[in-house]
Design a protein around this ligand. Structure first.
Ligand code: ARG
Length: 466
């Protein structure tokens, strides 16, 4: 009953000093089993490592350890097979597993929690989960990078307009544009790798917050669980969720990159742009307008970024101002991370599919690249290089050429030599070599520039880097 008069028996795990059970509303606000059951495999792995260490150190008997390990493996199979009954009155995954262990093996189960607390247990389970998630992200980002490298290779020579302010700026290649995303997702992947390094410490053995008087071996459990070493401060260990916040920060930055790409795909696939056509597999139709093909997957990727940012801000806010060490507030960490992880995984997978599947309309890209006087800078550079003009003067002369072309409604390359010479006598017919978009991109051979030769070098760099 919500008024606290519930006479249900007290919790079998910690109810020693409690005369009655919790109010229904208390159980509802307190229980985390609804979401932390996701941690079952990590919880069982952690308990097996802990029990094995306890027996190795002579803290529990080998017989009890064998019973515990056998029981835990049985529980693992039960949960995997969907034959496990999770109970809300047992609060969380840790106590659900331990209670079932007691039912399966009897009193030996009570020895598992020696030299351990749920505080270090949950820190361990969650860290293991986040570490595995980071490893999945590393793989997924590698897949996305590979998709971009393939498209970049295929389109190293495909000319498209490069934009600033979303106004046509200078011609670039689609390969070069793809490689910009390789750089972004490459940075995301190194952040993921760094975070794995950073969090690679085992919390188990910190106990409630102060460590334990039992002669445990934290290096042994750390090694068994695949961590580099144990954490060094038991207070910090049970109060730290930096690893989860780092994951969310990385997810938020990657999400921001994904949303920029999503936005470009939305723009490029409009009939007005027509640069790309999404495959049927990654678009939807309209129930009323038969002509439509909507980039829903790209739009949803753009939106998922909002959820991920929300999770980051939520967890930062949950942790803000918490006194050391553990507080129950920290139980609210998991749903944020689970939701962000699901969103990020989906977004990367959908993007990888879209990038691989979309059809590039090279003719549309090239036509757009040539419009908007995109080779004006090439004309100015030519005047500097070939006619020795200071760049500012060349800029002015070019401005006049653009104005003339505009008044004649033609491109720069369509102006006659006489027209151009009337603007500046040093101009010769060689100027026409740089006014095409192909000549423009081929000339930009500076390191990291858009010339196809340069883009191919960057592709080779990233292929070797994987
Ligand atoms: N379900 C809890 C959590 O997620 C486990 C730790 C509980 N510890 C405690 N002292 N009540 O944080």
């Amino acid at each position: 009953m919500a008024d606290g008069t519930d006479t249900k028996s007290s919790n079998q795990m910690w109810g020693g000093r409690f005369a009655s059970g919790p109010a229904a509303i208390m159980e509802e606000i307190n229980a985390s089993i609804g979401f932390d059951k996701k941690l079952f495999a990590q919880d069982i792995r952690g308990s097996i490592a802990h029990a094995t260490m306890l027996a190795h150190q002579g803290i529990i008997s080998t017989e009890d350890k064998d019973k515990i390990v056998h029981g835990l493996n049985t529980i693992l199979s039960e949960i995997e097979a969907g034959n496990f009954e999770f109970s809300r009155s047992l609060e969380d995954i840790h106590m659900n597993v331990e209670s079932r262990l007691a039912a399966l093996i009897g009193p030996a189960a009570g020895r598992l929690h020696t030299a351990r607390s749920r505080n270090d247990q949950v820190a361990l389970d969650f860290r293991l989960w986040v570490k595995e998630e980071l490893q999945k992200c590393e793989q997924a980002l590698t897949g996305l990078i590979a998709a971009f490298l393939d498209r970049a290779e295929e389109h190293a020579d495909t000319v498209m307009p490069g934009f600033t302010h979303l106004q046509t700026a200078q011609p670039v290649t689609f390969g070069h544009h793809c490689m910009a995303y390789v750089e972004m997702f490459g940075r995301d992947r190194s952040r993921v790798r760094h975070a794995i390094e950073h969090m690679d410490e085992s919390p188990i053995g910190a106990a409630a917050l102060a460590g334990t008087g039992f002669p445990i071996d934290r290096h042994m459990t750390a090694k068994a669980l695949g961590f580099r070493e144990p954490t060094r401060n038991s207070i910090d260990t049970v109060s730290d969720r930096d690893f989860a916040i780092e994951f969310l920060s990385i997810a938020a930055i990657a999400g921001m990159h994904l949303s920029r790409l999503a936005e470009e795909i939305v723009i490029w696939s409009t009939p007005q742009f027509g640069f790309v056509r999404l495959s049927d597999a990654f678009s939807t139709g309209s129930s009323i307008m038969p002509q439509k093909k909507n980039p829903d997957a790209a739009e949803l990727v753009r939106a998922k970024t909002g959820r991920i940012n929300g999770s980051l801000v939520a967890l930062l806010t949950i942790m803000k101002g918490l006194p050391l060490a553990y507080s129950k507030d920290m139980q609210e960490d998991k749903e944020q991370v689970f939701d962000a992880a699901e969103s990020l995984e989906l977004a990367i997978a959908a993007m990888t599919g879209m990038v691989r599947d979309m059809t590039i309309n090279a003719a549309r890209m090239k036509a757009a690249a040539g419009s908007g006087y995109s080779t004006a800078t090439d004309l100015a550079d030519w005047l500097v290089r070939e006619a020795g003009l200071p760049f500012r003067d060349a800029h002015h002369v070019t401005g006049r050429a653009v104005a003339l072309a505009e008044s004649k409604s033609c491109d720069l390359a369509e102006l006659s030599l006489e027209d151009l010479q009337a603007i500046h006598p040093a101009i010769t017919d060689k100027i026409f070599d740089v006014l095409t978009v192909e000549a423009s991109v081929a000339s930009r051979k500076s390191f990291g520039g858009t010339a196809p030769s340069e883009v191919r070098k960057q592709i080779a760099f990233w292929r070797a880097r994987n």
